[in-house]
Design a protein. Structure first.
Length: 534
């Protein structure tokens, strides 16, 4: 190693081995390259150095080193990479399991933590190239976590208006849309592999529930604010008829104690300017709306009884109240009829009052006047998919389809798809004939598309099946249909079957005894005097 020829011999060894390589690509490409390499050997001899190699000599030395140890290095590197990959795979599986366990344990009581762990689990599963069914399950669970974050935000109760529907927050809508996105990803993953129809149905149910929960920011609040503002302006301008109309229109569909108070007072002001016979219906409506207003705003008002007394009738007589209630129904005024029947003693009166209340309550719950939020249309497509899958899995007239068909009919109705809504409700009432909610919706949709006669015929057929003691709003809806079309004889014939008619009791004086109604007739009417505003 100390001789000057040592480096020259190392290079010459490299050159000979390179010339003898079996693969042509590892040999010198041409004679010029061979001559250049041999010139390096000559340089080593001429320089006589044992430490310093000529330039470009390193390439030959590296070639020789790889020729001796290349296979071992490649094998070692391959083994190292395989070992590293196996270790990372094992660590990835462990981390995935940890995230899944923590997410599942946090579900329903800490949805924020559950959501974060499902997100981490999905990232880990994507790196591990998990199969579609596994990925679908993860995205499904993440969608459920987003849905859990908004489960308690649909209605916000306040001490002033415990029933007032409050618009969803932006966080609510954001989480709902994220849930829909995750359900959609899960649905797409399932479509790539084998899955049960139940999996698809669960995802579609989740999607429709989230679409139905969405609402454009401030829609309900804006509607309420507009109604309150308009009613207040009309009240201050002393336009009592318009004030009552606007308040009552809103109150048919959305309950509000303050607007009910305005409606009651506006009807009172109208009645105070009229003779007793014409004032009666306004006092009846005022009595109804006072009963719907806040107790703090209400006051003891006997105007209706005073008005009845001034007409020479006894307001304490059940026969009087019954006659007045029937008269209100004949003109289609259900609020006035309820005011009379709710003050009348006896089983028949209670039954009539309960039936009227059921119909008015359904009207509020169905919220038919206001157009639905545009996002409601988005729920139709997944609902139609659900229905198709359920029909494919079972009988098309099975009651198992009821929930999906009911939701689909509602969304058709709220999205303005009236003809489709009629067909969906028709299937529903044939499937579930005792669901008065769907029957009422079916009737209203028939009227909406101009099929009043069909609506009446359906009501007549169904009312005939109702027991006389059953609290069902359909008879009242039939009476309302007759009254709206001015079919007075049909109204009277139907009423006779529901509640017996008796002549109203007159207020008379017998000797020294007077019915309480006679002094009551001399009392002045009262007005509330103060309108409270928020």
């Amino acid at each position: 190693k100390n001789s000057p020829a040592h480096n020259a011999l190392k290079l010459l060894d490299c050159i000979i081995i390179k010339c003898l390589q079996k693969e042509p690509s590892k040999r010198f490409r041409n004679v010029r390259e061979l001559m250049d390499a041999l010139s390096l050997v000559n340089d080593c001899i001429c320089n006589g150095s044992t430490k310093k190699l000529p330039p470009k000599a390193e390439k030959l030395l590296i070639f020789r080193f790889l020729d001796l140890f290349g296979n071992k290095i490649a094998a070692g590197m391959t083994a190292y990479l395989i070992f590293g990959f196996v270790c990372m795979r094992v660590i990835g599986e462990v981390n995935l399991q940890k995230h899944v366990d923590q997410a599942a344990l946090s579900a329903n009581f800490d949805d924020q933590r559950s959501k974060d762990n499902w997100i981490s689990a999905i990232k880990q599963a994507e790196w591990l190239h998990k199969p579609p069914s596994f990925m679908a399950a993860l995205h499904n669970n993440l969608g459920d976590a987003y849905a859990g974050l908004i489960s308690g935000e649909t209605f916000i109760a306040t001490s002033q208006e415990p029933w007032l529907h409050v618009s969803k927050s932006s966080a609510h809508n954001e989480n709902a849309r994220k849930a829909i996105n995750e359900y959609q990803k899960a649905y797409e993953y399932y479509s790539k592999g084998h899955f049960y129809k139940s999996n698809a149905l669960d995802l579609l149910r989740g999607m429709t529930a989230m679409w139905s929960s969405l609402e454009s920011k401030g829609v309900t609040e804006d509607r309420h604010a507009e109604a309150v503002s308009e009613v207040q302006k009309l009240w201050l301008a002393k336009k009592y008829s318009e004030c009552a109309q606007v308040a009552e229109k809103y109150l048919q569909y959305v309950p509000d104690k303050h607007l009910a108070f305005y409606a009651a007072n506006a009807n009172t002001e109208i009645a105070l300017t009229l003779p007793a016979a014409k004032a009666m219906k306004y006092f009846e409506r005022a009595a109804y709306y006072f009963s719907q207003s806040d107790a703090k705003l209400n006051f003891e008002c006997d105007n209706l009884s005073i008005c009845i007394s001034r007409l020479g009738l006894n307001p304490d007589s059940p026969d009087t109240r019954n006659a007045l209630g029937r008269a209100a129904i004949e003109r289609g005024d259900l609020q006035a009829a309820y005011a009379e029947y709710s003050r009348m003693q006896g089983f028949d009166a209670d039954l009539m009052a309960d039936r009227i209340k059921e119909l008015l309550s359904w009207k509020i719950q169905s919220s038919q006047t206001y157009e639905a939020d545009p996002v409601m249309k988005e729920a139709i497509k997944p609902l139609e998919r659900m229905l198709a899958l359920e029909e494919e899995a079972g009988d098309k007239n099975s009651r198992a389809l009821w929930s999906t068909l009911s939701n689909l009919a509602t969304n058709y109705r709220l999205s303005g798809e009236d003809k489709k809504a009629v067909e969906a409700y028709k299937r529903l009432v044939e499937m579930m004939p005792h669901s008065s909610t769907d029957q009422l919706a079916y009737v209203d949709q028939l009227v909406k598309v101009g099929r009043k006669a069909d609506a009446r015929r359906y009501l007549e057929k169904e009312v005939g099946k109702i027991a006389s003691t059953e609290i069902n709003p359909l008879p009242i809806r039939l009476l309302k249909a007759y009254a709206d079309d001015n079919m007075q004889q049909q109204v009277r014939d139907t009423l006779i079957k529901l509640v017996p008619y008796r002549e109203p009791q007159r207020s008379v004086s017998m000797g020294y005894y007077q019915y309480p109604a006679l002094p009551l007739a001399n009392r002045p009417y009262s007005r509330n005097g103060v309108i409270y505003r928020k």
